[in-house]
Design a protein around this ligand. Structure first.
Ligand SMILES: [Zn+2]
Length: 209
């Protein structure tokens, strides 16, 4: 009996040794941390839908906006927002010196209309045409690429997606024109200068840079 138990443990231990390999294969590609060069060289393509809660900074901004509301005005049937990502890495130049990321990301979040103070579903989307790295001499402005300098050598696609969506948030969230906004008929003075968490956070981000 004792021997059998030892054998069982030994087999279990052996399979544990292989676990990192399998875990690596199943890693969420958005959380994969590599250098932009590495992503580009592998021609990594990511098509994935990820819960908003997987993007903590973005989720926090969205929640902060809703927290400004009286809780009884929050919709009872809140849907967990899904972030849709379509990303492709490659090189922007034939010499393969400039790693690029192209793609489209979008999410529809709950937001508070600053005109009528009701919650509505706000679509947020961003197109990515990004080239990574510091030395982009002779490259700036080409083909409409944005140049992103990274603080570290490596990056996670998730952080790029999150940054792009945060930058795409409107300064003032409002029902789109023509939509059913209760403030449209009565509030001729325009948006109320109440709390504007989106704007506040964005200006803080700018100051941080
Ligand atoms: Zn409204």
């Amino acid at each position: 009996m004792q021997h059998g138990a030892d054998l069982f443990v030994a087999v279990r231990f052996d399979s544990c040794l292989q676990a990192p390999y399998h875990a690596r294969a199943m890693v969420n590609p958005l959380r994969d941390r590599r250098t932009p060069q590495d992503f580009a060289a592998s021609g990594q393509v990511i098509e994935i839908t990820e819960k908003l809660s997987g993007f903590p900074r973005l989720a926090e901004i969205v929640e902060a906006d809703l927290l400004a509301l009286n809780p009884d005005r929050l919709p009872h049937d809140r849907i967990e927002s899904q972030v849709t990502c379509r990303l492709g890495f490659g090189f922007a130049d034939a010499q393969r010196r400039h790693p690029k990321l192209e793609g489209h990301v979008e999410v529809t979040v709950d937001a508070v209309c600053q005109r009528c103070l009701e919650v509505f579903r706000l679509p947020v989307a961003a197109d990515l045409h990004v080239v990574f790295g510091e030395d982009q001499s002779g490259f700036a402005g080409d083909d409409g690429y944005e140049i992103w300098e990274l603080d570290e050598e490596t990056m996670r696609p998730l952080d790029v997606v999150e940054e792009a969506l945060i930058m795409a948030l409107p300064f003032v969230a409002m029902h789109p024109d023509g939509a059913d906004c209760a403030g449209r008929m009565t509030d001729e003075a325009g948006p109320r200068e109440t709390k504007r968490p989106f704007a506040d956070l964005k200006s803080r981000m700018v100051n941080d840079n």
